[in-house]
Design a protein. Structure first.
Length: 474
């Protein structure tokens, strides 16, 4: 090789070497997707062959958690590595956060956006030369606070909308700013655009954040799939909603399509895929007056700090690092994603902003983790009738503190995953110690604590009024 041809081949050689060192990152986030909505977690009704394949080829976190029981706070945690309590972003944005005038306690004011001075994982990766894309639901702010303002080179369909009005084009245009062909299905459209992004950027490092609008309401599946699931629906199985199952099948096809595109472009072996959900499955009667899904054996669902509201399917596929078909029972939570992704991309810890999460790449490499406290703070009333609460998990123990009357409930999740037996009375020392650590953490994070309401009226508690305080991005 001449010196000239050697030099001219250098950039390509360096790029190739870097590709080897730094993986592409793909985060697929399903909205309101319950822990037991996957085949690999035991659903008998929902069919998820591609998600199950991802699980077989990756590591399943059996104690994977969302940072919140509702949308936006988890998304903020994923972006920043910070707990929603510290961000003062604890409610879904522009929800009924402080519109209840007669509840027992008054909820803290809600932010309208993730502040721009927060450093997002997209900004961190872009700073390392990654090409970044957000394709799907953002729900962390409107103009001035969009994905394009928070580190994403490519931003499609994401704004302040917490849901679409329809999964079919052109109807979705009422809420979702995304073009398509008449009759197109939103999950498919987002998948096509995400796959295009992969193909366009196969020669360089990329970060693809694919937060689907599915399987949030409206519960609308593609007709042929709905027909298939309606035909096999069994009322004795608590999961029996055909339209919801059809939505899940489309999401599963999306996962399959993303994996196929990574393979076809030759980058699958150097891509870390993280698959998860923003909160637990919906068990309240939010659509057609029937429960959307069942998280059993977990208690409750979205909008609650019981396991059904926060334990979510969590899988990481990272060829050459993660042992295929492995499981990890160490708890991980959404605010661990950003430090983990940064770590996988080789960003030194000292270059990261302060984060509540910690990297779990050592777990991905099969090493044992240390027991630590995990925390949740949801000082709100949810549309699913969840009540203001905070929670701590340590080892197998979990304590939930309810702000209306300051009572705490203690559960042993190993013996009682369904949180049926409150041990707070029978194990007062443990309950007191965990409560103390939770209260210390709430103080350390400067968490917003709801105040007692002089206008409490139980008959009117979920009556929605005007916002009670300023709604601000700051
Ligand atoms: Ca959600």
């Amino acid at each position: 090789m001449t010196r000239r041809s050697f030099l001219s081949s250098l950039p390509a050689a360096c790029a190739a070497a870097q590709r080897k060192r730094r993986p592409n990152i793909v985060v697929i986030l399903i909205d309101d997707y319950g822990w037991r909505d996957t085949g690999f977690n035991g659903s008998k009704f929902h069919e998820t062959p591609n998600i199950d394949r991802l699980a077989r080829e990756g590591m399943v976190f059996t104690n994977g958690y969302s940072a919140s029981a509702v949308c936006s706070p988890t998304r903020a945690a994923i972006m920043t590595g910070k707990a929603p309590a510290r961000l003062h972003l604890t409610s879904h944005l522009q929800g009924a956060s402080n519109r209840f005038h007669h509840t027992k306690v008054i909820q803290p004011s809600a932010r309208l956006a993730l502040p721009l001075d927060e450093v997002t994982i997209a900004e961190l990766l872009r700073g390392q030369g990654y090409r970044t894309a957000c394709v799907g639901k953002w729900h962390l702010g409107t103009q001035g606070f969009l994905p394009s303002d928070q580190g994403f080179d490519v931003s499609l369909a994401g704004d302040e909308a917490g849901s679409t009005n329809s999964f079919f084009y052109p109807d979705w245009r009422k809420k979702i700013n995304l073009d398509a062909k008449p009759g197109d299905y939103l999950t498919d459209r987002l998948t096509t655009l995400a796959a295009d992004f992969i193909r366009e950027n196969k020669a360089r490092e990329f970060f693809l954040y694919l937060p689907h609008f599915a399987v949030h309401t409206p519960i609308e599946g593609k007709p042929d799939k709905v027909k298939k699931y309606d035909a096999k629906s069994n009322p004795n199985d608590p999961q029996n909603f055909g339209e919801y199952a059809a939505m899940i099948e489309s999401v599963d096809e999306s996962v399959g399509q993303i994996m196929k595109t990574l393979e076809e472009t030759g980058v699958a072996d150097n891509t870390l895929i993280l698959f998860s959900a923003d909160n637990g499955g919906v068990t309240s009667r939010e659509w057609k007056n029937r429960p959307v899904t069942s998280n059993l054996p977990l208690r409750s669902g979205k909008g609650h700090l019981y396991e059904g509201g926060i334990r979510v399917p969590t899988v990481v596929r990272w060829p050459g690092v993660v042992k295929p078909g492995s499981t990890c029972s160490d708890p991980v939570v959404s605010y661990d994603y950003a430090p983990t992704i940064a770590d996988a991309a080789g960003i030194p810890t000292q270059k990261l902003p302060a984060m509540d999460g910690r990297s779990f790449t050592s777990l991905l490499r099969g090493r044992a983790g240390k027991v630590r406290d995990l925390f949740w703070h949801y000082p709100h009333y949810s549309p699913q009738k969840g009540r203001p609460a905070a929670a701590i998990r340590n080892g197998d123990d979990k304590l939930i503190l309810f702000f209306e009357d300051n009572h705490a409930e203690l559960y042993n999740l190993k013996a009682d995953i369904g949180e049926t037996t409150d041990l707070a009375q029978s194990q007062p020392a443990k309950a007191a110690a965990m409560r103390k650590r939770l209260e210390a953490w709430l103080k350390e994070t400067n968490a917003q604590i709801p105040a007692q309401n002089p206008n409490y009226d139980v008959a009117r508690e979920f009556e929605v009024g005007a916002p009670m305080g300023p709604l601000t991005a700051k």
